[in-house]
Ligand binder design. Structure first.
Ligand code: 13P
Length: 289
């Protein structure tokens, strides 16, 4: 059964480790992440962006697929199904469809509107026993070929949103989605420290987990980050393994064109990436604590 991310993140924050949110795109992604989490006895969060939700034929399809896998693969570790960077409408659709967690990204609204919409969604989630993530300070990334360097959130605004009763808070600390440019200045630990001192024991979320050096990840965890989102890195490892398979001509040997064979190296590569991240995040074995 899917669970809210609230309890797993409170435990992670208290235990000074982080739970990975790995974004899913299809059946292979979901299966690879769930099997790895189960094997390593790690709690896990499956992230679904609105685009990925559309690609997978809608939120109800995603809920059906994930619930089916939890049962058929005998998954016993805590798993949350979480909307990533949801709009107000998307958040409501996922609540309806049976997700166990949502992110409402109101970071592009002014702070008053972000507060009003977040507040309304917090009330709905509380009633349904779901977790909700809010965001302050937009997280940069590549948009139309322009790479934003990642904003730093205003700690006072973070407190305003945290006080609404959200389960976890994403704050921009110079992190960006996708690959980091060579001239990236790194995470702003000064901002992170200021934020973690304000909202008490709120689990903080670090987006853009791909390509952040291990020492920075560990320092971020020591400063209150309890959830780390990873998407691009699984895509890169899947693509590299698939490329290698095809470039070696394996799709043309025997029944190598069978999708179950063609997609197998990529699926294994996702497993390896997820394992590597769970080791760094310190979540291995934590499902049983
Ligand atoms: P990356 O694609 O950079 O790993 O970021 C993932 C993310 O933050 C999803 O919200």
């Amino acid at each position: 059964m899917l669970v809210s991310a609230k309890e797993m993140l409170q435990k992670a924050k208290a235990g000074k480790y982080a739970v990975g949110q790995f974004n899913i795109n299809n059946l292979e992604w979901t299966k690879a992440i769930l099997l790895t989490a189960e094997e390593l006895r790690s709690p896990v969060i499956l992230g679904v962006s609105e685009g990925a939700g559309k690609y997978m034929c809608g939120y109800k399809t995603v809920v059906g697929m994930v619930n089916g896998m939890l049962e058929e693969l005998n998954i016993t570790v805590p798993v949350a199904l979480h909307l990533d960077h949801g709009s107000y409408e998307g958040a409501k659709a996922c609540i309806e469809a049976g997700f166990s967690s949502i992110m409402f990204d109101g970071s592009h609204f002014d702070i008053e509107e972000n507060v009003a919409k977040t507040k309304e969604l917090v009330a709905i989630c509380e009633e349904k026993g779901m977790s909700i993530e809010a965001e302050v300070g937009s997280i940069g990334g590549e948009e139309d070929g322009v790479v934003g360097m990642g904003e730093c959130a205003d700690p006072q605004e973070c407190k305003k949103i945290a006080d609404l009763g959200v389960s976890m808070l994403a704050a921009g600390i110079g992190n960006i989605h996708g690959k980091y440019p060579e001239n990236w200045a790194g995470l702003s630990f000064e901002t992170l420290d200021a934020i973690q001192q304000l909202p008490g024991d709120m689990p903080l979320v670090l987006h853009g987990g791909t390509g952040i050096p291990t020492d920075m990840i560990k320092k971020a965890i020591s400063l209150g980050v309890a959830k780390i989102n990873v998407n691009t890195e699984c895509q890169l490892s899947f693509a590299a393994a698939t490329r290698e398979y095809i470039e070696a001509g394996k799709d043309q040997q025997g029944k190598g064109y069978d999708p179950r064979k063609l997609l197998a190296p990529g699926t294994e590569a996702i497993k390896a990436t997820v394992k590597e991240k769970m080791e760094i995040f310190g979540s291995i074995g934590k499902a049983d604590e």
